[in-house]
Design a protein around this ligand. Structure first.
Ligand code: SD4
Length: 342
């Protein structure tokens, strides 16, 4: 099996399309807007930055393709992020999202997802079993119910009522990995090493509106009923159309403990760049977890996009990549980080 670590070691193939961004202090995509006081100049610079799309991990390159198509044709950010994250959800070789995802320790493939639009409407599902596209169920929760989140059996009942078809998501490959895990049954949530990661996707459309989506099968071998950060607005995902959008990946428990997306958002609101905001939140998680039992294997990572199309990305440990799509193309980037894997 190619682990993410091995993949990164032997990633000459992607090196041509990869740049290192914001290793410790920030990416260099900063808008020149802050250097000028002439508003019309700012408007034209900002206009050049629309649309833009950013997503987590290397599988984001494929996910960005249909999403970018929508944005490039003037479509809205909400449709783009939903269509985009459906790509890894449907990929049986991706063991961290949707169909083919690794199960909990009892053998249940339990999925979490959330979606948020530019009006601060949001919808989420947690611990949903048997539906390949939890992101689309989450969107229906947002559009068709008075609620934000449905979980477990309630989410399943709702999905069926909306016409989603129930199916078996537990593939033979995932079963094999589970059976191997059962031999020792030791729970070590090594995010990078397992190549087990959420897709978070953020888009700014041609109208200047933001949306975001996150979808995952959660950490492998979790307890039955465990919910991660991805379906929790303000933890794994947050969109505020006045400010920006944020998505997290990594160990959800650490993200929830720190309200991480909210931290990034409020830093941007206070005037920090998306890059600075991601770095501040990562350092906060590091500080809070220095003596925590989760620290040994802890990985968390952020992507952020502001209202003007500036982006940021940062992770606690090395190995986090994100794909950025704009008029210059769809490219994989390595994010800066605080620690290396020891
Ligand atoms: C979670 N953040 O459930 C999610 C998914 C994950 O690497 O494992 N990300 O904690």
């Amino acid at each position: 099996m190619t682990t993410r670590r091995n993949f990164l070691k032997s990633s000459a193939a992607i090196a041509t399309a990869t740049v290192t961004a914001g290793v410790t202090t920030g990416v260099t995509t900063g808008s020149a807007a802050s250097e000028h006081s002439d508003t019309s100049h700012i408007t034209s610079l900002v206009a050049n930055k629309y649309p833009v799309l950013i997503s987590t991990w290397n599988f984001a390159i494929e996910a960005n393709k249909p999403a970018w198509k929508i944005l490039a044709q003037g479509g809205n950010a909400l449709d783009a992020v939903e269509i985009g994250v459906r790509v890894p959800e449907a990929d049986e070789n991706n063991h961290s999202v949707g169909y083919g995802g690794l199960p909990d320790r009892e053998g249940n493939v339990a999925l979490d997802a959330s979606i948020m639009d530019h009006h601060s409407n949001c919808g989420a599902v947690a611990c949903l079993q048997g539906f390949k596209h939890p992101i689309s169920v989450a969107r229906k929760v947002m559009e068709e119910t008075p609620h934000v989140m449905l979980v477990g059996k309630g989410a399943e009942k709702f999905a069926l009522s909306q016409g989603f078809k129930k199916q078996n998501l537990f593939t033979e490959k995932a079963k094999q990995k589970w059976r191997n895990w059962l031999k020792k049954s030791d729970y070590v949530p090594e995010i990078n090493v397992e190549n087990h990661d959420t897709i978070g996707m953020l888009a700014l459309d041609a109208q200047g509106n933001l949306a975001g989506a996150a979808t995952t099968s959660g950490v492998a071998w979790k307890m039955f009923g465990r919910v991660g950060d991805s379906p929790i607005i303000g933890a794994g995902l947050f969109v505020d159309n006045e400010v920006g959008a944020v998505a997290c990946t990594g160990l959800g428990e650490a993200v929830i403990r720190t309200g991480a997306s909210t931290v990034v958002m409020e830093m941007m609101r206070a005037g920090k760049s998306p890059q600075e905001a991601c770095e501040i939140a990562t350092h906060r998680i590091h500080k809070i977890h220095k003596n925590h039992r989760d620290m040994k294997h802890l990985q968390v990572a952020f992507i952020a996009l502001d209202k003007h199309g500036k982006h940021g990305a940062f992770s606690l440990r090395g190995g986090f990549e994100y794909a950025l799509a704009n008029e210059q193309g769809n490219k994989l980037h390595k994010a800066g980080h605080i620690l290396t894997w020891s």
